[in-house]
Write a protein that binds this ligand. Structure first.
Ligand SMILES: Nc1ncnc2c1ncn2[C@@H]1O[C@H](COP(=O)(O)OP(=O)(O)OP(=O)(O)O)[C@@H](O)[C@H]1O
Ligand SMILES: [Mg+2]
Length: 297
């Protein structure tokens, strides 16, 4: 069981709100003005490790992420929550160098995948983004057939040698994404002709076809109905056996259903990180408490 205060840094502990009324229970919540991360940002067996990450837009004029340190564990789903504009997408894009594609954006700090610094000059981002795949808010199938949507990545990364291997990988990926039965008779039809939920599963199948180690998802269910969302959430739980998954979500119910740890961001700072149950049932920071009780955001 989680012990209150166990993971709070000393610096933060000394700033905890004192209850002015003697004889009453002391409030355990960390004061709203404290911006240092509360909770255990690092895990012993990490898959990715982010240390002192800062992100700037507009050639340094605007800072969007402020000194964030956070690990992503193996076989873990970590949810990233927080009010609109707090930096969730900016942070998750750091993890596979998608911010490189935004002009004027600069990322500082260290981000490791196992023991590899992903921002090292020697790193080629194309294979990197196969190892750390990404699923976006809006499903974005290629303007190709369902089959080719899956086959394209493995072909360019040299994971398949012939048609038979490609067929097998396409089938296996679509099965794992829970889409095979719905599309097996129309593999040559365009991916864009599928429903939103099916397109999102196609994009997930495409991501897993190249055998990634980490999957990043930025609000993957925001355009889906509850049934399609439930299918994706079951899939996320299944995928956790093999991958590490970071998911940005505006749904606290979704974060509670799918994740083991939750990170709460506010105005570019990582305010609190902890086991999902603890974040939602007994957060340590006043701002986390405000957010989960609907006081802002
Ligand atoms: N390309 C950009 N150029 C300049 N500023 C940007 C850019 N992208 C994001 N920002 C700013 O960085 C901050 C964080 O934005 P980000 O999109 O990461 O937030 P978010 O938490 O994902 O929000 P939402 O929940 O609305 O998706 C915001 O102030 C935003 O305006
Ligand atoms: Mg976003």
């Amino acid at each position: 069981m989680y012990q209150a205060g166990e993971t709070i840094t000393h610096k933060v502990e000394t700033k905890m709100t004192e209850n002015p009324l003697p004889g009453k229970r002391k409030s355990q919540l960390v004061d709203r003005n404290v911006r240092e991360t509360v909770g255990q940002a690092k895990v012993p067996n990490f898959r990715m490790r982010c240390e002192n990450v800062n992100v700037y837009y507009q050639f340094g004029e605007k800072k969007a992420i402020n000194n964030v340190t956070l690990d992503i564990g193996r076989n873990e789903v970590i949810a990233m929550i927080g009010p609109s504009g707090c930096g969730k997408s900016t942070f998750i894009r750091c993890l596979n160098r998608m911010n490189d594609t935004i002009e004027g954006c600069r990322v500082e700090g260290t981000i490791l995948l196992d023991d590899t610094d992903i921002y090292d000059k020697k790193i080629d981002v194309v294979p990197l983004r196969a190892r750390i795949g990404m699923v976006f808010q809006k499903p974005n199938p290629f303007p190709k057939s369902i089959y080719d949507n899956i086959a394209y990545g493995p072909k360019i990364h040299g994971l398949v040698q012939n048609r038979q291997e490609t067929d097998e990988l396409v089938e296996q990926s679509l099965k794992r994404a829970g889409l095979w039965n719905e599309v097996k008779d129309r593999l040559t039809q365009p991916g864009t002709g599928l429903s939103g939920g099916q397109q999102q599963r196609l994009c997930i199948a495409r991501t897993i076809a190249v055998n990634p180690e980490v999957i990043l998802m930025d609000e993957p269910c925001s355009a889906l109905d509850p049934i399609a969302t439930a299918v994706i959430e079951d899939l996320i739980d299944e995928l956790r056996k093999e991958y590490s998954i970071a998911i940005v979500t505006h749904s606290m119910q979704q974060a509670s259903r799918v994740s083991q740890r939750t990170a709460f961001f506010h105005m570019g700072d990582l305010i609190e990180i902890g086991p999902t149950d603890q974040i939602f049932l007994s957060p340590l920071h006043q701002l986390t408490n405000d957010y989960i009780t609907g006081r802002f955001g």
